[in-house]
Design a protein around this ligand. Structure first.
Ligand code: PAF
Length: 286
């Protein structure tokens, strides 16, 4: 067995299971950080949280094809495994699980996990099949590693809500932990897709966070969600965004529509800037 403390890389489910069993036999707890690689400070914040929660941390790096639609950016999604491994090592992560597509989806693979309700609006409506792909791969990862904790970013809030729902529904033993979004100084949420932004688009991008904050302020003043979101979408288009898929106020757990702020809610938005799709969200309390 390798020395604990240095990052080790495994590519098969069997090797992942044997490393986790080795730790379990010593009475150690395990946290998992599922990622698609192209790691940035946002991911490293997830690893730091995982290290606070558990004795050993596994990060998976797998660009999951089933969560990309036919017209989406699967082939150009950034892949930089050696750099990811270096960052995970420096962050103190113990194991990187980097399976090939054939390991996760062998010939004959025929099962899809589909979460109703919470996965249907917003991203679910604009990216049909996306959350089925996420739910399926996350279920597999959590069954493969069987961690005590699984750590996800709040940047993909609806994804987090879908994963919490599926973990409850399928009695997955891992505790699902959300970590607040890491932002640049100007408010732009860190994302692997920010690498696609031209310098000009990059200067426009922080308007997304400002638009969410404006909706939050209006809600706290008792204004109606629909009107605030309508105005925020117009402001984004005026700022230079190519389109706004949605900007909406939703119940933080169920993703049901919120018309007026009466309990904690989430303001979520998806936009296009240049050719890049940017999503973001913030919480708001009455
Ligand atoms: O958030 C992501 O990076 C992915 O959707 C996840 C959770 C790793 C599943 O592929």
């Amino acid at each position: 067995m390798p020395q604990d403390g240095n990052l080790d890389i495994v590519r098969s489910v069997a090797d992942l299971r044997s490393r986790v069993k080795y730790w379990r036999d010593q009475g150690l707890s395990v946290a998992m950080v599922p990622t698609m690689g192209a790691l940035h400070q946002g991911h490293l914040a997830l690893v730091r949280t995982a290290l606070e929660l558990a004795d050993r941390v596994v990060a998976s790096v797998f660009v999951n094809p089933t969560q990309f639609g036919p017209s989406e950016d699967l082939s150009r999604y950034p892949r930089q495994e050696a750099q990811d491994a270096g960052l995970l090592d420096q962050a103190g992560c113990h194991l990187m699980f980097a399976p090939k597509v054939e390991e996760m989806y062998p010939d004959g693979f025929a099962t899809t996990i589909s979460v109703k309700g919470v996965s249907q609006p917003l991203e679910g409506a604009f990216r049909p099949g996306h959350f089925d792909g996420v739910a399926t791969v996350v279920t597999k990862l959590l069954m493969q590693g069987r961690p005590d904790f699984a750590v996800f970013g709040e940047k993909d809030w609806q994804q987090l809500a879908v994963i919490r729902r599926l973990a409850r529904d399928l009695d997955l033993p891992a505790e699902i932990v959300g970590v607040p979004t890491v932002r640049e100084a100007d408010g732009l949420a860190l994302s692997s897709r920010n690498a696609y932004l031209s310098p000009e688009d990059r200067s426009v991008a922080p308007a997304l966070h400002r638009a969410l904050q404006a909706v939050a302020e209006g809600l706290k003043q008792g204004k109606a969600a629909e009107e605030l979101c309508h105005r925020a979408a117009a402001d984004l288009l005026a700022a230079g965004f190519a389109s706004v898929d949605y900007i909406d106020v939703r119940d933080a757990d169920t993703m049901a529509k919120v018309l007026k702020l009466s309990r904690p809610a989430r303001i979520l938005a998806a936009t296009k800037l240049g050719g890049t799709r940017l999503i973001d969200n913030i919480g708001v309390e009455p």
